[in-house]
Design a protein around this ligand. Structure first.
Ligand SMILES: Nc1ncnc2c1ncn2[C@@H]1O[C@H](COP(=O)(O)OP(=O)(O)OP(=O)(O)O)[C@@H](O)[C@H]1O
Length: 562
C-alpha cells in the first residue's frame, strides 16, 4: 500500500540551497533555487520524514570587499544589509528554511578552520607559487584552455574567461594548493557507483566529461595583502582562505561538523544552478573525500531563467525583482509559475504574458473553478462534503455489487484510478526533482475531475428525488475527495492556496499529511471521516484571475510614470 511504502522510505534529509553572494541583492534566479529546495523539503515534511532546509549568504571575497568600498560601507555592515534583503525575500516568498547561515558567523569560521586543518594534516594542502590567469569577478585561476582573446571597446586585445566572459589578468603569487589532481580516480569511481548523484542526467554527463579533461591542483588561498575580507589560513596570517572553500564548508557547518554532523551527513541534497556545478560536483566532493567524509547523496542541478534570451544575472542587470512578481501574481502564483514552468535541464524564458496565461488557466479556471462548482449552493444545498453511495458507484472489481442503480461510467473508474496513483507519481517526480512534472500530473487530474463533473451535469439532478439525491451526493463526495488529494499534494508548492482549499473542504490541520493518506475510503468500503462534514466558512475565491493588460501596464518599466 502507498502509505506503507512512504514510511519505509523515510529517512532524515538536509536540503540546501547555494548560499548567495551578497555583492548585490536577490533576484528571481535566487528565489528559484530556494523554491526548488523549499518544495522538496516541504514534500518530505508532508510524509512525516525528518527534514531540514538550509540557506543563507556567502559574505567573503574580493568582490564584496570592492562592493562595500564602492558603497562607502564597512564590509560587515554591507554584508549584513544585503543578507537581510535575502532573508526578507525568502520570508516573503514562504521559503521554510530551518537554518539561515552567514559565512561571517563565528561558528562557521571555526568550522572552516577545522576543515582546513584536517585537509592540511591529511597531507592534501601544500604551498606553491601560482602563476597564471586570474578572474577577479569569478574569484578563480584559469588554465590557458579556459581563456580566449577578444577585442575590447577601444580595440585592445584582452583575455577573458571562455566560461563567464569576465576579463582575466596574469597573476603570480604564493598560495596554498589543494591536491585536486589526486582525486580524479576517486571522483570517477564515486560517479560510476552513484549514477543518481548528479541530477538531471545531462549534468551528470557534463561532470564525467570534465573529469576526462585536465584536473590541475587548485589554489585554495590568496595573499592577504590582496584579499583581506576572508578567513585567514590557520597558522599563516599572510594568506586568506579561498572564498569558494570557505563557502562550500557552510553545508558542514549547518550539519554540525566536526562533532554532530553524523545524523545529517551525507544525507544531503544540494540544489544548485548549473553555473556552480563544477564547484559542487568536483571541488566539493574532492574536499570532502580529502577530509575523510562521504560526498553528498544528491546534487540537483537546474538551468537558468532567461530574460530576452540572456541569463538573468546581476552583472548583466537584466534581473526581475521577486517582490514585484509577488505583488503582481501573489506569492503563491509566483511560486506556482516558477515551479510549474521551470524545467531543470534547460533554460527557460521568463515573460509576463506566459505567467498570466498559466496562472489563469491552471489555478483560477481549472482548480478554482472546480472548487467553486462543487461548493455552489445551487448544487451543494447542504454545504457539505457529500455522501458516497456504493449502489451508484459500485466497486469495479466486485461484480456482486453491481446494481441497477449504478451510475458510474468507465471514465469515472479511470479518473479514480489516476487520482489514486497520483500521490505515488508525485513522490516519484519529487525524488528526481521534477517538480514541474508533479504539477503537470496534478493539473491533468484536475482537468479530468472537471470533466467528470461536467459529464454528470449535477445541476440537472433533482435533490428532492431520493434516487437522484444519492447520485448527486456521490458526485460531490468524489469531487471533494479529488480536491482533497490535490490540496494535500499542492501544499509544498502553493501553501496558502492549499490551506484555503483544504479549509474550505473542512479538512483539519492534522489531517493534511501524506503519511496515512487514503483516497476515496468509502469506495473501498472503509470509514471516511470527511463524509458528510460541514464545509469550511471561507467562501472566497481560491485564486483571482489576473488581468493581462492591467498588471503589465503598472509594471512595465518602459511606460513612463505620470
Ligand atoms: N538566471 C538564473 N536562473 C536560475 N537561477 C539563478 C539565476 N541566476 C542565479 N541563479 C541562482 O543563484 C545562484 C547564485 O547566483 P549568483 O549570486 O552568482 O547570481 P548571478 O546573478 O548569476 O550573479 P553574477 O551575474 O555576478 O554571476 C546560482 O548558482 C543559481 O543557483
Amino acid at each position: 500500500h502507498v502509505s506503507r511504502r512512504w514510511v519505509q522510505n523515510c529517512s532524515g534529509t538536509l536540503f540546501t540551497t547555494p548560499i548567495f553572494y551578497v555583492n548585490a541583492g536577490p533576484h528571481l534566479g535566487h528565489v528559484y533555487s530556494a523554491l526548488l529546495a523549499d518544495s522538496l523539503h516541504r514534500e518530505r515534511a508532508l510524509r512525516d520524514c525528518a527534514t531540514r532546509l538550509s540557506t543563507g549568504t556567502d559574505e567573503h571575497g574580493l568582490k564584496i570587499q570592492q562592493a562595500a568600498e564602492a558603497a562607502g560601507k564597512a564590509p560587515y555592515q554591507f554584508c549584513s544589509e544585503v543578507s537581510e534583503q535575502f532573508r526578507a525575500v525568502f520570508n516573503h516568498t514562504l521559503i521554510s528554511y530551518t537554518d539561515y547561515i552567514r559565512t561571517t558567523e563565528e561558528h562557521h569560521k571555526r568550522t572552516v578552520e577545522k576543515f582546513w586543518t584536517v585537509l592540511s594534516e591529511r597531507g592534501y594542502i601544500y604551498k606553491g607559487v601560482y602563476e597564471g590567469w586570474y578572474s577577479t569577478p569569478d574569484e578563480s585561476f584559469l588554465a590557458e584552455s579556459q581563456v580566449m582573446g577578444i577585442q575590447d571597446k577601444q580595440g585592445n586585445v584582452i583575455k577573458v574567461s571562455t566560461e563567464s566572459g569576465h576579463q582575466v589578468h596574469w597573476t603570480k603569487e604564493e598560495n596554498y594548493m589543494f591536491k585536486l589532481s589526486d582525486f580524479r580516480p576517486l571522483l570517477l569511481k564515486w560517479l560510476e557507483t552513484h549514477k543518481q548523484a548528479i541530477y538531471p542526467e545531462n549534468f551528470y554527463q557534463i561532470v564525467l566529461q570534465w573529469l576526462q579533461e585536465d584536473l590541475p591542483d587548485l589554489s585554495v588561498s590568496r595573499e592577504r595583502s590582496r584579499l583581506k575580507w576572508g578567513i585567514p589560513v590557520p597558522g599563516d596570517s599572510q594568506q586568506t582562505i579561498y572564498v569558494w572553500l570557505d563557502a562550500l564548508v557552510n553545508y558542514l557547518t549547518v550539519a554540525g561538523y566536526p562533532e554532530a554532523h553524523h545524523s545529517w551527513w551525507p544525507a544531503v541534497h544540494h540544489v544548485v544552478g548549473k553555473d556552480i556545478l563544477k564547484f559542487h560536483a568536483i571541488y566539493w566532493p574532492a574536499f570532502l573525500m580529502a577530509a575523510g567524509l562521504a560526498p553528498p547523496d544528491h546534487i540537483f542541478v537546474h538551468s537558468h531563467w532567461l530574460a530576452s534570451g540572456q541569463k538573468m544575472s546581476k552583472s548583466l542587470g537584466n534581473v526581475v525583482d521577486p517582490m514585484d512578481c509577488c505583488d503582481q501574481y501573489t506569492v503563491d502564483g509566483f511560486r506556482y509559475f516558477l515551479l510549474r514552468h521551470g524545467v531543470p535541464d534547460r533554460d527557460c524564458d521568463y515573460y509576463h504574458e506566459k505567467v498570466v496565461q498559466l496562472l489563469n488557466a491552471e489555478l483560477a479556471d481549472a482548480l478554482g473553478g472546480l472548487l467553486n462548482r462543487c461548493c455552489a449552493s445551487s448544487i451543494n444545498s447542504t454545504q457539505s462534503y457529500g455522501f458516497f453511495s456504493s449502489s451508484c458507484f459500485p466497486d469495479k472489481h466486485n461484480c456482486f455489487d453491481k446494481a441497477a442503480s449504478a451510475r458510474a461510467m468507465e471514465e469515472d473508474y479511470q479518473l479514480i484510478e489516476f487520482v489514486e496513483n497520483l500521490p505515488t507519481e508525485v513522490q516519484a517526480r519529487y525524488e528526481k526533482c521534477q517538480i514541474y512534472k508533479a504539477l503537470e500530473a496534478i493539473d491533468a487530474c484536475v482537468r479530468l475531475t472537471n470533466k467528470f463533473f461536467q459529464r454528470h451535469t449535477p445541476w440537472k439532478l433533482d435533490s428532492t428525488n431520493p434516487v437522484e439525491k444519492l447520485w448527486l451526493d456521490t458526485i460531490i463526495y468524489v469531487t471533494m475527495e479529488c480536491l482533497r488529494t490535490y490540496g494535500t499534494l499542492l501544499q509544498p508548492v502553493v501553501p496558502s492556496i492549499a490551506d484555503k482549499l483544504l479549509s474550505r473542504l473542512g479538512v483539519a490541520q492534522n489531517e493534511r499529511t501524506l503519511k496515512d493518506f487514503l483516497f476515496l475510503a468509502r469506495y473501498h468500503g472503509k470509514y471516511c471521516p470527511f463524509e458528510g462534514r460541514e464545509l469550511g466558512p471561507d467562501t472566497g475565491v481560491l485564486f483571482n484571475r489576473l488581468d493581462q493588460n492591467k498588471s503589465r501596464k503598472t509594471k512595465d518599466p518602459s511606460i513612463p510614470k505620470l
